[in-house]
Design a protein around this ligand. Structure first.
Ligand code: ZN
Length: 323
């Protein structure tokens, strides 16, 4: 066994119903880099867009399936309630409050939440997001093509908030199977409590916040919601060991799937939220030059023979700007 600790959050994947508007918001408003424009490998009629830091580091990726046919996300149990993204310090957070107001983004004032200063807002499709002061901890490579100054850029994922009907069942999988540490309860900006669970290095980028608030009834994924959350395995040996451990715990887990930019396994935690464990490598520069990431439609080798057919089924997106 080579069961190395999970390295924190790897990426999360959400759902958009409007790829062009999604691209504009995440690159031009939030200032992330489009590091890969590809298709959902299980549904090649849909874009899969990856936004990240300058080099597509694991832990900085927010990705979207473009599913115009999907129904809107309904908040509630069995879903990711909110995604927190890191910014490097309080001054950056204050700059973001001004930036979001200037750009007409639906945001609340800066508030204390789970022990950190943060700025809650929603994307144009109602995706619940929050910028968090990460205290200047290391992470993320600034992108010189971003409209946001380097000292204020989003540096990756901070935490995800899970809403589940029985938090104790989800907590047990986090701690007993996945190796998370319970770090205590913290108050939310709404006066509720979240359990803070950390893994690997802990802190922003390696936390799950488990909502222990009153259940609001079952939610349902869809446009403006999160499809799944992925955690980091450092290499293939650790990835295989994690697969064995999760299977041994009685959680139905998929075989290892080669996503070309990383390898993945998927399983559902007891609260109904889809988890993934993904390898840190090989990364997004495996089929494109680092300075040209995201500029053309990238297809993994097994889909390349179908390129003409796949491209014909996609609505062209505007070229990346800001470079
Ligand atoms: Zn994924």
């Amino acid at each position: 066994m080579d069961l190395q600790e999970l390295g924190g959050l790897h990426h999360l994947t959400a759902v958009t119903g409007h790829a062009a508007a999604n691209l504009d918001f995440y690159t031009q408003t939030l200032g992330l880099r489009l590091v890969k424009k590809t298709v959902n490998q299980d549904d090649v009629s849909a874009y899969h867009l990856f936004y990240a830091d300058a080099v597509g580091s694991p832990g900085t990726e927010v990705t979207f399936f473009d599913w115009a046919w999907a129904s809107p996300n309904r908040a509630g149990t069995g879903t990711v309630a909110e995604t927190a993204l890191r910014v490097p310090g309080r001054a950056a957070l204050a700059a973001w409050a001004e930036r979001l107001a200037e750009l007409g983004v639906d945001a609340d004032p800066i508030v204390e939440h789970a022990g950190r200063a943060s700025l809650p807002f929603v994307d144009p499709e109602g995706q619940r997001l929050r910028l968090v002061d990460d205290g200047g901890a290391a992470g993320g490579h600034p992108w010189d093509g971003s409209p946001v100054p380097p000292e204020e850029q989003i540096r990756g994922l901070a935490a995800v908030t899970l809403a589940v009907e029985r938090p104790e069942s989800t907590a047990r999988v986090l701690t007993d199977v996945l190796g998370f540490r319970f770090e205590g309860e913290a108050a939310t900006d709404a006066g509720e409590r979240v359990g803070v669970y950390a893994v690997g290095p802990g802190g922003p980028g390696a936390e799950v916040w488990l909502s222990t608030g009153s259940a609001s009834g079952p939610g349902r994924g869809g446009i403006g919601g999160v499809h799944h959350v992925a955690f980091r395995a450092p290499d293939d040996a650790a990835h295989h060991a994690w697969r064995e451990r999760i299977a041994a715990a009685g959680l139905g887990v998929t075989p290892v799937i080669d996503r070309f930019y990383f390898r993945s396994i998927y399983f559902r935690e007891p609260g109904g939220i889809l988890f993934e464990i993904a390898t840190d490598g090989p990364g997004f520069a495996t089929d494109e030059a680092m300075d040209a990431l995201g500029e053309r439609l990238a297809l993994p080798p097994f889909l390349e023979p179908r390129r003409a057919e796949i491209e014909a089924g996609l609505t062209p997106l505007p070229a990346p700007v800001g470079r």
